[in-house]
Design a protein. Structure first.
Length: 287
C-alpha cells in the first residue's frame, strides 16, 4: 500500500495548497475592490484638472510656464517604472518590466540619455539583476498610495524639468480598464501637453487671474498623473493576483479529482490482489 500512502500524502498537500490559494484569492478580491474605488474617485478629479487647464491655456500664457515648454529635441529623459512589491500575480510584473525596457530602449535608440526611477521591489530586483543603474528607487509605497507619495516621486523631476536639466518624464504603469484588462502603458507626463485644437472652452470667472491659477494647477496636474498611475497599479495588481489565485485554486481542484481517482483505482487494485491471494491460499489448503 506504499503507493496508496504516497497518493494520500499528495492529496493532503494539494488540499493545503488549495486552502492557501483560495484565501489569497479572497483577500485579493477585497483589496481590489477598495483599490477600484480609489481609481474611480481619482478619475473625475483628473478630468476636471484637464478641463480647467484647457480653458486657461493660451499660446501667450504657455511661453511663461516651464512645464509647458515643448523641447525641440529630447536629449535627457526620466522614466518612472511602477511595479509591485509582491508577486503571485501571473505575468503582471513581467509585463510592466517589459514595457519599461521597451520604452527605455526606444528612447536610447533615438540618442536620449535615460534616468530610470523604479517603484516596487520586483522592478528594482530586475534592474539590479541586469546591472542597470537606477537614479532613485522606492519600495515603501503600500497598498494605499497617497498624493504625498506621488509628490515625493515627481517633485524633484518637475523641478529638474523646469530648470532644463531633463526634457521629458515618462511613467510606465498598468492602465486599469477592468478586472480582466490592465495593459501596461508608457505615458509622457512632462512636458504637459497643450490642449488639442478645438478643445471645449469653459467660461470661468477667474480669481485672481489665469496666469496665477495656471501656475498652481500645472504642478498639481503632474502630481495627479503620478497619483493616478499609483492607484491604478494597485488595483491592477490585485486584479491580476485574484485571477492568478483563482486559476491556481481551480487547478488544485482538478488535480484533487485526478489524484482521487488514481487513489481509488490503486486501492481497488490492492483489495483485488489481497482477495485473490486469500482465495488462492484457501484453494491450496483444501487441495
Amino acid at each position: 500500500m506504499a503507493k496508496g500512502r504516497e497518493l494520500k500524502g499528495r492529496i493532503k498537500s494539494v488540499e493545503n495548497t488549495r486552502k492557501i490559494t483560495r484565501t489569497m484569492e479572497m483577500v485579493a478580491t477585497s483589496k481590489m475592490k477598495r483599490a477600484q474605488d480609489r481609481v474611480s474617485a481619482a478619475r473625475p478629479y483628473a478630468q476636471a484638472l484637464r478641463d480647467v487647464i484647457a480653458s486657461l491655456y493660451s499660446p501667450e500664457l504657455a511661453e511663461r510656464f516651464p512645464l509647458l515648454r515643448q523641447p525641440v529635441q529630447i536629449k535627457r529623459a526620466a522614466v518612472i517604472a511602477l511595479t509591485a512589491n509582491r508577486g503571485l500575480a501571473g505575468a503582471f510584473n513581467a509585463n510592466l518590466i517589459k514595457e519599461a525596457r521597451a520604452t527605455i530602449a526606444k528612447l536610447e535608440r533615438d540618442g536620449v540619455t535615460v534616468d530610470v526611477h523604479v517603484v516596487g521591489k520586483k522592478g528594482l530586483g530586475y534592474f539590479k539583476y541586469v546591472g542597470r543603474a537606477v537614479a532613485t528607487s522606492r519600495i515603501d509605497i503600500g497598498d494605499r498610495p497617497s498624493a504625498d507619495n506621488a509628490a515625493e516621486l515627481v517633485n524633484d523631476l518637475t523641478a529638474a524639468f523646469a530648470r532644463g536639466e531633463i526634457d521629458a518624464v515618462y511613467v510606465v504603469y498598468p492602465n486599469f480598464k477592468s478586472v480582466l484588462s490592465a495593459p501596461p502603458a508608457a505615458v509622457q507626463i512632462l512636458p504637459v501637453e497643450p490642449p488639442a485644437a478645438g478643445a471645449k472652452q469653459r467660461d470661468y470667472i477667474l480669481e485672481p487671474d489665469a496666469q496665477t491659477i495656471l501656475g498652481e494647477l500645472l504642478p498639481l496636474y503632474v502630481r495627479n498623473a503620478v497619483y493616478r498611475a499609483l492607484v491604478e497599479m494597485t488595483a491592477a495588481f490585485y486584479a491580476a493576483q485574484r485571477t492568478a489565485m483563482k486559476n491556481a485554486t481551480d487547478n488544485a481542484s482538478d488535480m484533487l479529482k485526478l489524484l482521487g481517482r488514481t487513489y481509488n483505482r490503486a486501492r481497488q487494485a490492492t483489495i483485488t490482489q489481497e482477495i485473490a491471494e486469500i482465495v488462492g491460499g484457501a484453494a491450496a489448503l483444501t487441495g
